[in-house]
Design a protein around this ligand. Structure first.
Ligand code: NAD
Length: 246
């Protein structure tokens, strides 16, 4: 067991083709709740009688934008969250030329804030917003600091929408392609903080061709039996341990 772990750490420390694929569990240690953790009880299932899938849908944004934004601002935006040690280890691996890309389902922008450069955001980002009418771009401030029930463009008065993928919308194909390319070229693929049940994102793992899939997740995932090794601990703790070379 111990020897196997040491071998894995040596493999990691020698590799220049690590790719990380992550989900909401990567940011729980930054205080952002995930959706499916068996421990998570802080995510409201319903709001004004709507399920999250309805609240965060393209139809809700179009038909009842004030309800959409009320829920979105309360549950999807965490302006004070800071990167945690998992984000920092991944950024330093990229800096050292060991890690080629981070593929994430998160929309919080914490990988970039920690210093990661190549980040494929499958579900978009709360930091990118644009006017539905004229296309003008806005930062997160336009969403959190706007006083009205619906954020409006200061140029044309159109609704500003977050460039996050809503229920009923498809992923950005160019981002998916880049993510698939990165995963297919990975020597070591580390998957962390994802239940791997959200599709199509989780299906991207099928592009991995290597033989060293490492999973770090508190709960079981459908990919566990295909992994070289599964860690059930905290993602921050496990990544720090992996990064520590004697
Ligand atoms: P998920 O909520 O389905 O699963 C998270 C997994 O992470 C769980 O299996 C849990 O056991 C594990 N986990 C939680 N904290 C952990 C920790 N500290 N260490 C190790 N494991 C931990 O997440 P998902 O697979 O990413 O799917 C959720 C969907 O919701 C995604 O589409 C994502 O876009 C969105 N989402 C994003 C954020 C964010 O941007 N931070 C937060 C919540 C949800």
């Amino acid at each position: 067991e111990m020897k196997e772990l040491e071998e894995l750490k040596e493999h990691l420390s020698a590799s220049q083709k690590i790719v990380f694929f992550g989900g909401a569990g990567v940011s729980t240690e930054s205080g952002i709740p995930d959706f499916r953790s068996s421990r998570a009880d802080n995510h409201d299932r319903f709001y004004r009688g709507y399920a999250p899938e309805e609240l965060l849908s393209a139809a809700m944004l179009q038909e009842k934008p004030e309800i959409f934004f009320s829920y979105y601002r309360q549950h999807l935006v965490h302006p004070r969250a800071q990167p945690n040690r998992a984000h920092r280890v991944l950024a330093s691996w990229e800096d050292q030329g060991k890690l080629q890309a981070v593929v994430t389902q998160n929309i919080d922008g914490l990988h970039q804030e920690a210093g990661s450069k190549t980040v494929w955001e499958l579900h978009g980002s709360v930091h990118r917003n644009s006017c539905l009418a004229c296309g003008k771009s806005f930062g997160l401030k336009s969403i959190v600091e706007s006083t009205g029930a619906v954020p409006r463009c200061d140029t044309c008065g159109g609704i500003i929408r977050p460039r996050v993928v809503l229920y009923g919308e498809s992923l950005d194909q160019s981002v998916v392609e880049e993510a698939c390319r990165a995963i297919s070229r990975a020597e070591i693929l580390i998957v962390g903080g994802s239940s791997l049940v959200v599709h199509p994102a989780a299906g991207l793992l099928h592009h991995y061709r290597g033989d060293c899939l490492i999973i770090v997740n508190r709960d079981e995932t459908p990919w566990d039996d295909r992994a070289r090794r599964v860690f059930r601990g905290s993602i921050g703790e496990v990544l720090e341990e992996m990064a520590a070379v004697r």
